[in-house]
Design a protein around this ligand. Structure first.
Ligand code: SF4
Length: 683
């Protein structure tokens, strides 16, 4: 059988590398580089996850038939049923719950693992059923940075293409470990910037790969980044280092900001964060005087006070004029390449796919004319509140490609909540920890087994194509939604035979994707940058001629210091934080089923500083018990200088979320995932 080269976007991180799957007879034989790809990051480079990216699709654990639960919830006992039966059961349960409690008792989750088209259809189906309870697990990824940037700049999206990182004079890596979480970006652009003479500054309680290139490494206690950001604003303003012309012409609110940070001196921040005041001053001065790329990520984001930190950093970017021009970079950096696919199809409890609010009557009516059915006008529940309301307001959940029993904070509690649902449908490629609680599990086709659109962290929209057949009776998520809609009597609104038809509808509904047509993307392997108003007219640099706010100016927002909700004390004396490994992805659903990754990164561990380890009598390799007020887990110790004293850290792919805190920021609903009080004991 002749081999075919099929272009595929990598299924993992939001760098969005594209390569060829070498396919024959419906199977993928290997991956080959796309050396000729005109602009994309991976000319001849892929990270370990990229190289292994097709392995999980051949796992013997893939779901091949729809399943119905026959045992207790969480027990994992299911029987195989036909698709017809599965659709009938789900449709009748939806009707029953709507009749008994109303459509507002049903909640949907989209996913950062499925395409733009598929997220759009999940959104459309939830509205057709009559509910706005809609969210996705990415709620816990970027929902500090994203709303903060929208408040200050009017849009959260990345300002520049990745290639501009290589042109920066200073790279600030804040709560981010791109050498492991975005390796191709690190090798292709950050290293190029360093070769060009750029300086690099890292702000992170851990030392990680790539940090050795940094001229300065600030190591704050977890959850205290806000103090550092406020102190940097204080330095830039009191030393009059800000870009006066930019502030005058392109921002509002400077005087309020100046007043708000006057007491937040570096000495004040040193007491809170443990970072020497002189180091904070030095970095603030560098940012004010150099063209800076800000790579800010989950280490800063995943905190209850993350919104204030992200606003403070956005203020800093604005007053130093590091935006709206070539050679700078800032933006959101989702952990998943399809985080944008969910966010940009409006997967949120308050939005329409157009990006407008569900409460905007004119916007709703416009979409109703196009879709042909009424859209509910109330604001739905976010993911955290949905799970809290299970058994009360929420009776049924429909989860597509999300593993919230492991990805949500305080996951032991989440599992207990899932047991209280009247009905749970999970659509996935494996029997995940979440699927174990489902009444019906639907087998989905994996990445590589379907065609669709992906979006990277530089706003690049590109197409990925089907290279392999799905196993057994598994079907693409878009087709499952279409067939279920037909069973629900909604078929007239879901007349799609191919994802191209869904994308053509998206071209009409979502203005920023108007020009990202299936035909244009097929002919242009480099894709286009959204907003893309016409085919071939993408936008490489945002905010060149004004921000997306009503007056076109950046709105500087004063914010105050806010303590993390839980601090170390006598009983739980350590800060516990968590991180991602280069070889694993999210809850491991796919990477644990990739043999080369699992072999190289087989298990979790907890990092402990040698001084703390000595006090506790712990050596590397010892089994230790790590506990927080939510629970305890057993894990091996790694004694290392790469973590500062008083802090312990573990990768989050395994059990870390049994320990994290579900207290949320009331505005963003972001939980406290990265800074909780913990104790560690030798067992
Ligand atoms: Fe895939 Fe990200 Fe690695 Fe590129 S850097 S190969 S997108 S995981």
């Amino acid at each position: 059988m002749a081999e075919k080269l099929v272009p595929v976007v990598c299924p993992w991180c939001s760098v969005g590398c594209r390569f060829y799957a070498v396919s024959a007879n419906g199977y993928i034989r290997r991956i080959e580089f796309d050396y000729d790809h005109p602009t994309i990051a991976n000319r001849g480079k892929l990270c370990p996850k990229g190289v292994a990216s097709y392995q999980f699709i051949n796992s013997p654990k893939r779901l091949k038939k729809p399943l119905r639960r026959v045992g207790e919830k969480g027990e994992g006992k299911f029987e195989e049923i036909s698709w017809e039966e599965a659709y009938k059961i789900i449709a009748s349960k939806i009707r029953e719950i709507k009749e008994t409690y109303g459509p507002e008792a049903i909640a949907f989750l989209g996913s950062e693992k499925i395409t733009l088209e598929e997220n759009y259809l999940v959104h459309k189906l939830s509205k057709a059923i009559g509910t706005n309870h809609l969210d996705f697990p990415g709620r816990y990824c970027q929902y500090s940075n994203s709303p903060a940037r929208t408040m200050v700049f009017g849009s959260a999206a990345a300002t520049n293409p990745f290639e501009d990182i290589a042109k920066a004079e200073l790279i600030v890596i804040w709560g981010h470990n791109p050498a492991e979480t975005a390796p191709v970006l690190f090798g292709q652009y950050i290293e190029k910037a360093l070769d060009n003479g750029a300086e690099m500054v890292v702000i992170d309680p851990r030392s990680t790969r790539g940090h050795k290139y940094a001229s300065l490494h600030l190591k704050p206690y977890p959850g205290t980044d806000l103090a550092i950001a406020l102190a940097m604003l204080n330095v830039v303003i009191t030393e009059e280092l800000y870009d006066k012309e930019f502030v005058q012409e392109r921002t509002t609110g400077f005087e309020g900001l100046k007043e708000s940070v006057k007491d937040y001196t570096p000495e004040w921040a040193e007491k809170i964060s443990g970072v020497p005041a002189e180091e904070i001053r030095k970095v603030a001065r560098l940012i004010a005087t150099k063209r800076t790329a800000f790579l800010v990520n989950e280490g800063m984001n995943q905190h209850v006070n993350g919104l204030n930190t992200a606003i403070a950093i956005a203020n800093l970017i604005a007053i130093t004029g590091n935006i709206g021009k070539e050679g700078v970079w800032s933006g959101v950096f989702p952990g998943a390449q399809c985080g944008f696919c969910a966010a940009m199809s409006g997967i949120a409890p308050n939005k329409l796919p157009t990006g407008k609010l569900v409460t905007d009557e004119a916007a709703r009516e416009e979409l109703e004319r196009l879709w042909g059915f009424p859209i509910p006008d109330w604001i739905g529940l976010d993911l955290t509140t949905m799970v809290r309301e299970i058994g009360n307001k929420i009776r049924m959940m429909y989860i597509v490609g999300g593993n919230i029993a492991k990805s949500m904070p305080n996951s032991g509690w989440v599992r207990e909540q899932l047991k209280k649902l009247d009905f749970l449908v999970v659509q996935d490629i494996f029997l995940t920890e979440t699927a174990m609680y489902a009444d019906i599990v639907l087998p989905a086709a994996a990445w590589f087994e379907k065609t669709g659109t992906a979006i990277s962290a530089e706003r690049r929209v590109q197409r990925t194509y089907k290279a392999a057949e799905a196993p057994g009776e598994a079907k693409p998520d878009w087709l499952i939604i279409v067939e279920l809609a037909k069973e629900l009597g909604l078929g007239e609104y879901f007349k799609y035979e191919h994802p191209d038809e869904v994308l053509r509808e998206i071209n009409k509904v979502i203005p920023v994707f108007k020009g990202a047509t299936p035909e244009y993307l097929a002919e242009h392997p480099e894709g286009c940058f959204f907003p893309c108003s016409e085919p071939g007219e993408g936008t490489k640099i945002l905010f060149k001629n004004g921000f997306k706010t009503p007056d076109g100016k950046a709105h500087l927002q004063p914010v105050d210091w806010r303590e993390p909700p839980e601090m170390p004390d006598e009983e739980y004396p350590f800060w516990l934080t968590n991180f991602r490994l280069v070889g694993h992805w999210h809850t491991g659903t796919m990477s644990f089923e990739s043999p080369s990754l699992q072999k190289r990164w087989p298990e979790e561990y907890v990092m402990i500083n040698p001084k703390d380890a000595k006090t506790l009598g712990i050596k590397s390799g010892d089994l230790v018990k790590v506990s927080t007020r939510r629970g305890s887990i057993l894990v091996r110790a790694e004694v290392t200088e790469h973590i500062r004293e008083g802090v312990i850290a573990m990768p989050w792919h395994w059990q870390a979320n049994f320990l994290t805190l579900d207290e949320i920021n009331e505005k963003t609903k972001m939980a406290e995932l990265k800074a909780v009080a913990a104790k560690v004991e030798k067992v």
